[in-house]
Design a protein around this ligand. Structure first.
Ligand code: XMP
Length: 518
């Protein structure tokens, strides 16, 4: 992977907690670089990484379950400080000779931590009592001689522990979640005061070093092909790669025929010029729409679209002499290796729209943002001088409007959805909400219903409006839009879009629904 864009690293071993990424996130906010790897990460590679410290994440397993994910002794005794969180703490205690037991009741939610020893982890926290977030079924019942308690709650006599020599630390609660008010400080204390981090994670350094890394990998005459989606991630990645290799980066925008109104024009009208790169637009609407004919299953739609992207890219690559690299705007949440709690096999969650591409075309991937979260990618974009309209662009799914049309995708249904969706975009913008919503769009439903217009009976399509708030797209809350705005949307859509006689508003959060309908 080339030289790292930082010198100090905290290693996070993932035991399957839903909060693992947040640990990395909190450290990053404190200027500390970290990497997440599966709990069974090869100790040899750990020593190669030479981390300043190791954090064992929480996880859904009980250490008394058969095949509970475990950690090797040598990982705990290599000399660097180790912090166990929740399940990670039980493991630590267990390896050092303690015991834990299933609590009588699962403890889930807020609790009050009473700090008995404020040195180390709890230094600088405001007050002896701290609100913390608990989420566990086991609890430590007896601690080994090497550890001693440094905090308790009503339910847990050992809510936090440390070893006398300051090498091992454990907390039963989750410092990484926002409900633990002092959590960020606790993780910062671990990184800086206990592990001796210097905090060299800065986006400016990151950009300089990434540019150098890309330059080194691509060499003096290598060429890079890259698909731009019009979204933030690919735009920022392209700007960064472009800074490294200049005109040897070739960008392609594929018009799939599944785009929102005005999107192709926005891209053609100087999107590339603003990024300072050369861009070719490929018109592939015919191909995508033909392949989608009579397909209604959402996953099949996604597969077909993925394959069509591959075809278009293969064609483009064959036109380009000597292209050896493929640039992608992959972000950290897309590539993180997360571990199922039962088996040792690590699965990699992949959101790539063109995932099958590199193998088929024998291209090497260049993914300069793969260590970043979305808002960090946005910051990099700003740092690189990209305009707000690119950096703050609303997320748009790779499969485009095809996953916002429930049922069959046809040119007619696309035109109908596009017209309704354009009204949503206009009204949301006019209401000044574009910057504060995560997404706002229209969905065409696979149902018709009866209406009356003038004196005429109608039997037409229904449009659903979706508007959500979200921080990262992982969870979302439906937006409480002003009723007068909703009224305007309904009136305009039914008046202006022929074939629509009903508009509904989606009032479901994620979970249980997803943001997109398919
Ligand atoms: P869901 O529908 O899973 O979406 O709640 C979460 C966020 O991801 C976007 N999304 C995608 N983005 N390729 C993408 O690049 C995709 O296939 C894709 N599917 C969903 C979605 O718009 C939302 O912001």
């Amino acid at each position: 992977m080339g030289q790292r864009a930082y010198t100090d690293v905290i290693l996070i071993l993932d035991f399957g907690s839903q909060y693992t990424q947040l640990i990395a996130r909190r450290l990053r906010e404190a200027g500390v670089y970290s990497e997440i790897h599966p709990y069974n990460f090869d100790p040899g590679r750990i020593f190669e990484l030479a981390p300043k410290g190791v954090i064992l994440s929480g996880g859904p397993a009980s250490i008394y379950q058969e095949q509970a994910p475990d950690v090797r002794d040598e990982v705990l005794t290599a000399g660097y400080p180790v912090l166990g969180i929740c399940y990670g703490m039980y493991l630590l205690a267990y390896h050092l000779g303690g015991s834990s037991a299933r609590s009588k009741a699962r403890e889930y939610g807020p609790a009050t931590l009473v700090i008995d020893d404020a040195s180390g982890l709890f230094e600088g926290l405001d007050g002896r009592e701290q609100p913390v977030w608990m989420s566990h079924g086991d609890r430590v019942e007896a601690i080994p001689p090497a550890l001693r308690a440094i905090a308790h709650t009503d339910n847990s006599p050992y809510a936090a522990v440390r070893s006398l020599d300051g090498r091992w630390w454990g907390v039963q609660f989750h410092p990484e979640v926002a409900h633990t008010a002092g959590g960020a400080k606790i993780l910062r204390n671990f990184a800086y005061n206990i592990c001796g981090e210097t905090g060299d994670w800065k986006l400016k350094n990151f950009i300089e070093r990434k540019v150098a890394e890309v330059r080194r990998r691509v060499g003096d005459d290598g060429r890079v092909l890259m698909g731009l989606s019009g979204g933030v991630d690919s735009a920022v990645a392209a700007a960064l790669i472009g800074r490294a290799v200049g005109p040897r980066l070739r960008c392609v925008f594929v018009d799939t025929g599944l785009l929102r109104a005005g999107e192709r024009e926005r891209i053609e009208r100087g999107f590339a010029a603003r990024l300072g790169i050369e861009l070719g637009v490929v018109d592939a609407a015919e191909l995508f729409i033909r392949r989608l004919a009579s397909v209604t299953d959402p996953e099949q739609k996604r597969r077909i679209i993925g394959h069509a992207f591959i075809e278009v890219f293969e064609r483009e690559a064959s036109r380009l002499d000597g292209v050896r690299f493929l640039g992608q705007g992959t972000l950290y949440p897309d590539v993180i290796e997360s571990v199922p709690s039962k088996g040792p096999s690590a699965t990699i969650k992949s959101h790539h729209n063109v995932g099958g591409l590199p193998e088929r075309m024998q291209l090497e991937l260049i993914e300069p943002l793969r260590e970043l979260f979305k808002d960090e990618a946005r910051q990099v974009g700003r740092e690189l001088g990209l305009p707000d309209e690119i950096v703050d662009a609303e997320p748009f799914p790779g499969p485009g409007l095809a996953v916002r049309i429930v049922g069959e995708v046809t040119r007619e249904r696309l035109a109908l959805l596009r017209a309704a969706d354009q009204i949503v975009m206009q009204e949301i913008r006019a209401a000044g909400l574009a910057g504060s919503l995560w997404q706002a769009f229209a969905v065409l439903l696979a149902l018709k219903s009866v209406g009356v217009m003038g004196d005429e009976r109608s039997y037409d399509s229904a449009i659903a409006i979706r508007a959500v708030h979200s921080l990262d797209g992982m969870t979302a809350d439906w937006a409480r839009l002003d009723p007068s705005l909703l009224g305007r949307l309904s009136t305009r859509i039914t008046n202006e879009v022929a074939g629509v006689n009903r508009v509904v508003y989606d009032i479901t959060s994620k979970p249980p629904a997803t943001i997109e309908w398919e």
